[in-house]
Design a protein around this ligand. Structure first.
Ligand code: FAD
Length: 384
């Protein structure tokens, strides 16, 4: 049993990357924090075992983890990626460094980072985690939240402040949209994505693990990031209509032999077919809204505030950075929530919308220009 704490109560909706980090920051400041997460506890559930999904972590995200002493775990388990490894059609590869010697991104496991952040939050006496609590409605004036618990019962809780960290399809944001003059826009892109695991070969990485692999093919592309277990998680980005045209096992092999010939033996034909036929195609959305808060009662962060297409590799990094920046404002305004929320919305909006735009531009750049000369001489700060 954790001790009763009488500090200001913050309800964090969503125990993903931003939500869990927010709980660590706020819990360390002495707030009474409750995380409400719709899914089962990823630290114990069997549902999330098996597939490795990885993300590119950059300086922006690392700085946010550093501030609360959580950077060491990603430095220990993350795989340094000093540059991009470009795969041409003829199978030749070339290396493009991301920055100066010694600089690199980390390929990190999404689930390991999420679990570690939740554990760090749970270790604080004033933080409680409630899994299988799905927000279905909230009353902004009274800051009351209604949850569906374990898929059935409804439960109402009250907090002093609500933090929306519930991702791109945020219910917190939707509830605010109903009540106030919140500017909001969203855009789905015509491309979808499919993740494909590339298993180790004879106990070793099938490709060089020291880079982010890219197969740029003009209207589509595939990327691969290394995992700790010596596998790669590859992601194929393609228009939905092209995914729809690949129907049979033969279609899969014919497509990969034509477009990504060097990858076929690396996957192994049977495994590739199995991965392709089994795994779903996800959609990608870009969201902008302004402001990110309402009075001194509600604020939202990460994908709930500014989901972006993943081609700049900055969605998670920006979500983690949101948390660090907001806490800077809590410092500046001596924990006056209203002032901190106002300052955050005002300053963060410009930067976040710019990253959303850059991500959209890189959507074209990565698949078409990455192998061209113009790309090689262009100065870039992007992840992918
Ligand atoms: P999420 O991670 O979406 O977390 C939201 C949480 O809220 C979830 O746990 C969810 O279960 C919970 N939730 C949702 N609704 C409710 C509800 N009603 N009640 C309670 N809980 C709820 N970013 C990078 O920086 N680098 C990368 O390399 C990268 N690669 C990507 C590749 C792909 C293919 C995609 C699609 C995205 C990628 N991103 C990357 C973006 C990154 O995944 C997101 O920006 C990041 O996950 C945002 O974190 P978040 O905590 O805001 O939201």
């Amino acid at each position: 049993m954790k001790e009763e704490v009488t500090a200001k109560r913050v309800a964090i909706v969503g125990g993903g990357l931003a939500g869990a980090l927010n709980a660590v920051y706020l819990g360390s400041r002495g707030y009474k924090v409750d995380i409400y997460e719709s899914k089962e506890d990823i630290r114990v559930s069997d549902k999330y075992k098996g597939r490795s999904i990885n993300l590119a972590l950059s300086a922006r995200g690392l700085a946010a983890l550093e501030k609360v002493g959580l950077d060491q775990m990603v430095k220990e388990t993350g795989i340094p990626m000093p540059g991009r490894i470009i795969h041409n059609l003829d199978g030749k590869t070339s290396f493009i460094p991301y920055g100066k010697k010694g600089q690199h991104l980390f390929s990190i496991s999404r689930s390991t980072l999420n679990k570690d952040l939740l554990t760090a939050a749970d270790n604080l006496p004033n933080v409680d985690i409630h899994c299988e609590h799905k927000l279905i409605a909230m009353d902004i004036e009274s800051t009351k939240l209604n949850f569906q618990v374990h898929g059935k019962v409804e439960k109402q809780v009250e907090a002093d402040v609500i933090f929306g960290n519930d991702g791109a399809h945020s219910v917190v944001r939707k509830e605010i949209l109903k009540k106030t003059r919140l500017d909001y826009s969203q855009q789905y892109i015509p491309h979808g994505y499919k993740e494909l695991a590339m298993l180790p070969k004879n106990g070793e990485y099938a490709m060089d693990p020291k880079g982010l692999h890219i197969w740029p093919r003009q209207t589509f592309m595939m990327i691969a990031l290394p995992n700790q277990d010596k596998s790669f998680t590859c992601t194929l980005f393609m228009p939905f209509e092209v995914f729809d045209r690949i129907k049979t096992k033969d279609d899969v092999i014919a497509f990969f032999k034509k477009e990504f010939p060097d990858s076929v033996s690396l996957y192994g034909e049977e495994h590739l077919i199995n991965e392709y036929m089994t795994n779903v195609v996800g959609s990608m959305i870009s969201i902008k809204c302004d402001p990110y808060h309402l009075q001194d009662k509600v604020i939202f962060f990460g994908d709930a505030a500014h989901a972006m297409v993943p081609f700049y590799g900055q969605g998670m990094n920006s979500a983690l950075e949101d948390v660090r920046i907001f806490n800077g404002f809590l410092d500046e305004f001596h924990d006056n929530m209203g002032l901190a929320m106002q300052a955050f919305s005002k300053s963060r909006n410009v930067d976040a919308q710019t990253i959303c735009d850059l991500s959209m531009q890189n959507y074209i750049e990565m698949r078409s220009l990455v192998s061209s000369k113009s790309f090689l001489i262009k100065k870039h700060v992007d992840n992918f």
